[in-house]
Design a protein around this ligand. Structure first.
Ligand SMILES: Cc1cc2nc3c(=O)[nH]c(=O)nc-3n(C[C@H](O)[C@H](O)[C@H](O)COP(=O)(O)OP(=O)(O)OC[C@H]3O[C@@H](n4cnc5c(N)ncnc54)[C@H](O)[C@@H]3O)c2cc1C
Length: 414
């Protein structure tokens, strides 16, 4: 039962679960509400990348020149469904606007503050939940098959080096030694020794949820249809399972969060960048670590349940049916990456990346509604940012000194 300062979290994705786990460690009762079981939203099917040095926003200077090429290529990494273009246009214009060099530098600092302490904040939660073994700290590779693409990413490398991040530049022979099953088409790679991956993102969420319940947290499976707002803030959430009273509310509803924020008077530019994966359950060959084919913008990851190829961006909104041909393209490109790849059942999946134009999520208290804190908009890096976001949200909710400056993530910055 809520009461006595119970904190209600909407969303049992990796963000909501990390928030709830840290809030619980601050001595508060928590209740997590989601229409699906824990970890079954976007957090289910991501590429598992754990990049503690991620700081480069998606919208970088020069991206506008690349967009037409991507859109014209049927196997390219970007699709905008024609029927959705007009609706997405304001967001797309803000996305392009955020690619200015000075904005990109600001965004990079804000992103890095969340990603840098990733392992320090995630490992204790995973250890308590008995799922630490899913976190593999074996580095990460960004691969380039052309000199032009490698040269084109120079600004991103320079941004990372300037911020003191560790990376090594590899040539073809070193790539082959590290990843012997790769096709011999990769001429350059950037190796990130401090990065890693999660070999079962769903298992991580399920582990955190089980630990939350063991510690007395409540998990309610119900859709939240409305918020009851009074002069003192949100009084209750209206769910399919009835109206539940609220003392403190955290909104961590991923790509669906803007509707709830709008109900409280906050207009947030949040758009779904739909992504896909294809998995092969029993691969004969594959990657040793999380490897990204940079030109094609997809990632191959060795998961507990097989090899996963994840990527592509499809702008089509929250309601359109998945187009699993996007997942088939990923599998085909994965086979180009690992010649002779075969083995086992193929599964396909689509999920909604919750994207803010400048790649900087929304974290922090509502400036107008007393008892509401936001935690959403983590886009392509929600798994990476989840643990630091959770810690920060718990500090904000409990009035503790924040471990990182929350200012860049304000909901009223747009
Ligand atoms: C193909 C792909 C690859 C990716 N690769 C990576 C990667 O390698 N590394 C990385 O860090 N990130 C990656 N991401 C991004 C990452 O998966 C997301 O940023 C992250 O999962 C977002 O977590 P979340 O908790 O905000 O959202 P979700 O996991 O979607 O959770 C939100 C939850 O809120 C619930 N909800 C929404 N509205 C309501 C409501 N009204 N009532 C009740 N419940 C509600 C939903 O059911 C959902 O379960 C990838 C994403 C995709 C699609």
């Amino acid at each position: 039962m809520a009461g006595n300062g119970t904190v209600t979290v909407i969303g049992a994705g990796i963000i909501g679960l990390c928030c709830a786990s840290y809030i619980q460690r601050h001595g508060r009762q928590v209740r997590v509400v989601d229409s699906v079981p824990p970890g079954r939203g976007t957090s289910f099917g991501n590429a598992g990348g754990l990049s503690s040095g991620a700081c480069v926003p998606i919208a970088m200077p020069g991206i506008v020149k690349q967009i037409p090429k991507w859109l014209l290529d049927p196997e390219g990494p970007l699709v905008v469904r024609p029927g959705y273009l007009l609706k997405a246009l304001p967001w797309l214009l803000q996305f392009i606007g955020s690619a200015k060099p000075e904005r990109v530098e600001r965004s990079a600092d804000a992103i890095l503050a969340l990603t840098r302490p990733l392992f320090e904040n995630l490992i204790p939660l995973a250890r308590d939940a008995g799922v630490e073994g899913l976190i593999k700290r074996v580095g990460q590779l960004h691969l380039y098959s052309t000199d032009a693409a490698f040269a084109g990413d120079a600004r991103g490398r320079e941004m990372r080096l300037r911020r003191g991040l560790k990376l090594d530049i590899l040539g073809a022979e070193e790539i082959r030694q590290m990843e012997p099953d790769l096709a011999p088409i990769f001429r350059h790679a950037v190796y990130f020794p401090d990065h890693g991956h999660c070999a079962d993102p769903l298992g991580l969420s399920e582990g955190l949820a089980a630990e939350l319940a063991r510690r007395g947290g409540e998990i309610v499976q119900a859709r939240v249809n409305d918020l009851e707002v009074g002069p003192d803030g949100v009084r209750a959430i209206v769910t399919e399972a009835g109206t539940l009273p609220v003392d403190e509310l955290v909104i961590a509803a991923g790509a669906w969060s803007h509707g709830l924020a709008a109900r409280l008077g906050h207009k947030v530019p949040l758009e779904s960048q739909r992504g896909y994966h294809a998995m092969l359950a029993a691969p004969n060959v594959g990657p040793r670590r999380n490897v990204q084919w940079t030109e094609r913008k997809f990632i191959a990851t060795p998961m507990e349940a097989g090899v996963r190829f994840a990527g592509t961006v499809e702008i089509a909104g929250l309601d359109a049916a998945p187009d699993y041909r996007r997942a088939d393209v990923l599998l085909k490109q994965g086979m180009d990456m690992f010649p002779g790849l075969k083995g086992g059942e193929v599964s396909r999946w689509m999920g909604h990346r919750p994207c803010i134009p400048d790649s900087v999520p929304v974290i922090g208290r509502s400036p107008t509604v007393r008892n509401v804190t936001f935690a959403f908009g983590h886009g392509h890096i929600g798994l990476i940012c989840a643990s630091t976001t959770g810690r920060l949200v718990a500090e904000i909710v409990s009035g503790a000194k924040p471990s990182i400056d929350p200012a860049p993530y304000r909901v009223d910055r747009f």
